[in-house]
Design a protein around this ligand. Structure first.
Ligand code: IVH
Length: 676
């Protein structure tokens, strides 16, 4: 068949399946039998396999098999389900351990014992047991709120429905991974792209009977909320899980020292192919629960755990073109459009070239044969050029000096820390003047960690931008729903759903709000620091007035770089307008202090000098966890100056002048009932 005929046939099939999806999922009226649907889907897969040039983002091979139901009830996790930081090599692991030891102020580096657990690439679930009975099961969702998939989880044999063992806590969320064995996947592989999609797709079926047909497994590895757990280590917890009737990973191990972690990693990576489950790395958790508690959590992940990924899959391909993408912060990122190639089960047609310097360093050119790597969920990247295959007429790639989106000026910032120019070239547009930056800012605004608006994904933002429906964050809250309903692919139900998700998110916490503005250098962690310090959106708005920005200097953790970036943001007229409009439309909640009535409530602290046996970071988190506030300047707002070894005399003198209480470490710990 001719190429264009194949393509036409393929696109007709994609259109048809989309129509059926719409009637089934949006209108609740199936327009085709399940069997006919599966045949159609299979025809699409067969075409894609036979003709690798066929690709369409709407293809069922891009979604999780069956489109999952949107109709599950959302329920808040009593304890959030977090993600893990990644490590790729020994340096990452050494850094991970060093950071922990610093946080714990353990200088003589005692050996830390870890629980090393293979990381199954499945779907995590949280199972609530009350008095031994399985009563509720949630998906991870956005980490804070999951979907109620109890009925579907109930069909999984590995999940005990009753646990009648004495030491099983009266209430506990057991957390683990739902997955499908590779051998079982083989039997259904024409319906799903990979085992993970098969697990996710079948777990989120509307009809639990559909879930039952897929041989799903469950392996337990941690807990969320728990009432009275009398266990001291992760390895002990895993042992108890077995006693309680849960499956645990047979390759779980207790290991000390990075050297041994690496030996185990090498060993397991070799065995990886023989194991009947997809594993994409090993999770290391500090074994001692007391140490875990002290280390606590950063923005999204625990400080006491990390996922050590297995090495990437590699392939060779050819660069067809080099696109320059403009990101949210103006960064110009070169992306190689490559001849589609299958890397570890995923068809890759884009690979990042990182930045201008990287292209120059590796002298990457259009037409080059290149090695491409893909590791798990990380964006594929070009590793090297095969110079022996280079065409003698090929030309050096010339990187644009103007922004390809708005034509404006681009710069390479000077980095104060490295004393070098940045490798990244940026468009200097600050607000919404540059189209590409504006679209990326909007995508960021609605993303999971920001406003988290369901049904307003990246593609829809792009579409609405081109239709001039959304040009600034404010437009999201003033959408013309009549117009949307008339658009291709939209129906009454999907419009109602969108309206509902937007209305629902009008109530937002101050930290999310600040984060969603997409100010450079203000990520989740910094947004939280600022929100905690400023308390209200009113105070945040005051930053519009330049002279108020210096109050941010009081925040421990916010430095010159962040302040300069915030200044830039507020310097832009459009940003100011957007902000003043947004606060009128939204209900912005101030950040609740961790423990509202903690022992240090309404008290502000500052540290100077080195404390004994406790790092600055841990001291800070101790104060904040007990409702106290840390400030980084001696001024009238300060209640206590805590002095350690070799304090700054200037600070002490200033505190004396302002009649601020000066205390030592013992006195401070007494306030927390920590010493006798
Ligand atoms: S612990 C806060 N243990 O990895 C601790 N997670 O990237 C986070 N996963 O969402 C979970 N095996 O789906 C943990 N032995 C294991 C795991 C594991 C797989 C997944 C899980 C989680 C993701 C975090």
């Amino acid at each position: 068949m001719k190429k264009n005929l194949v393509k036409k046939d393929y696109l007709t099939k994609i259109k048809e399946i989309q129509k059926h999806n719409k009637s089934y999922y949006d209108e609740n009226k199936p327009s085709i039998t399940d069997q006919a649907y599966d045949i159609l889907k299979n025809e699409i897969f067969v075409l894609e396999k036979k003709y690798p040039f066929l690709k369409n983002e709407k293809s069922p091979s891009n979604s999780v098999g069956y489109t999952p139901s949107k109709n599950f009830k959302k329920i808040k996790h009593k304890v959030p389900m977090l993600s893990l930081a990644n490590a790729f090599d020994e340096t990452d692991l050494l850094n991970f351990e060093k950071k922990m030891l610093n946080f714990l102020s353990m200088k003589d580096a005692p050996t830390i014992e870890y629980s090393a657990e293979p990381k199954i690439d499945g779907i995590s679930a949280s199972l609530t047991y009350i008095n031994g009975k399985f009563i509720k099961g949630l998906s991870r969702g956005d980490g804070k709120e999951g979907e109620d998939i109890t009925k579907n989880l109930n069909t999984i044999n590995d999940i005990p429905k009753f646990v009648k063992i004495n030491n099983f806590p009266s209430e506990i969320d057991i957390r683990g991974e739902v997955f499908i064995n590779n051998s079982d996947f083989k039997k259904i592989k024409d319906r799903f792209a990979n085992p993970r999609n098969a697990a996710s797709g079948s777990l989120r079926q509307k009809d639990p009977d559909a879930t039952k047909k897929i041989p799903l497994k469950f392996i337990a590895y941690t807990y969320g909320y728990v009432d009275n757990l009398n266990i001291k280590t992760q390895s002990d917890f895993l042992e108890n899980l077995k006693k309680w009737g849960f499956k645990t990973n047979p390759f779980n191990k207790k290991i000390s020292s990075i050297k041994n972690l690496i030996a185990n990693h090498v060993d397991l990576e070799k065995k990886r192919k023989e194991i009947d489950v997809d594993i994409d790395g090993i999770v290391y958790k500090v074994n001692d629960f007391d140490l875990q508690k002290r280390l606590g959590f950063a923005a999204n992940a625990p400080r006491w755990a990390i996922a050590h990924k297995f090495s990437a899959n590699k392939a060779t391909s050819e660069i067809l073109n080099i696109d320059i993408q403009v990101g949210r912060t103006g960064a110009l990122t070169p992306v190689a459009k490559i001849k589609p190639v299958n890397i570890g089960g995923v068809v890759v047609s884009n690979a990042t070239l990182h930045n201008e310097d990287e292209i120059i360093r590796k002298d990457i050119r259009v037409g080059d044969t290149v090695n491409v790597e893909r590791a798990g969920d990380v964006i594929p990247h070009v590793v090297s050029v095969d110079l022996s295959k280079r065409d003698k007429d090929s030309k050096k790639f010339s990187f644009p000096t103007n922004c390809p989106s708005c034509g404006g000026k681009t710069v390479k910032d000077y980095n104060e820390i490295t004393k070098k120019k940045d490798a990244v070239r940026r468009c200097v547009s600050e607000g919404y003047e540059c189209e590409k930056i504006a679209i990326e800012k909007l995508k960021h605004f609605v993303s999971k960690e920001a406003f988290n608006i369901d049904g307003l994904g990246k593609k829809i933002i792009e579409n609405f931008w081109h239709l001039k429906l959304i040009r600034s964050p404010n437009d999201i809250f003033d959408l013309d729903y009549h117009k949307i309903q008339k658009l291709d692919g939209w129906g009454a139900l999907s419009v109602a759903n969108l309206k509902y998700s937007i209305e629902e998110k009008k109530k937002v916490s101050l930290d999310r709000f600040i984060y969603s503005l997409g100010i450079r250098h203000i990520g989740q962690e910094n947004a939280k620091l600022i929100a905690r310090h400023l308390q209200s959106s009113l105070n945040f708005l005051k930053l519009i007035n330049k002279k108020n920005i210096k109050i941010l200097l009081d925040i421990d953790g916010i430095g010159e770089t962040q302040i300069a970036s915030i200044k830039n943001f507020f310097f832009n007229k459009f940003n100011k307008e957007i902000l003043s409009e947004l606060v009128k439309k939204l209900t912005i909640k101030s950040v609740p202090l961790k423990d509202k009535d903690g022992l240090l409530k309404n008290k502000t602290f500052m540290l100077t000098g080195k404390l004994d046996g406790i790092s600055r970071a841990e001291a800070k988190s101790l104060i904040e966890n007990n409702s106290g506030k840390i400030i980084s300047n001696v001024n009238k707002k300060l209640n206590y100056l805590i002095i350690g070894e070799k304090p700054t005399i200037k600070k002490i003198n200033l505190a004396k002048d302002l009649k601020i209480k000066i205390i030592n470490q013992v006195e401070w710990l007494k306030m927390l009932n920590k010493t006798s």
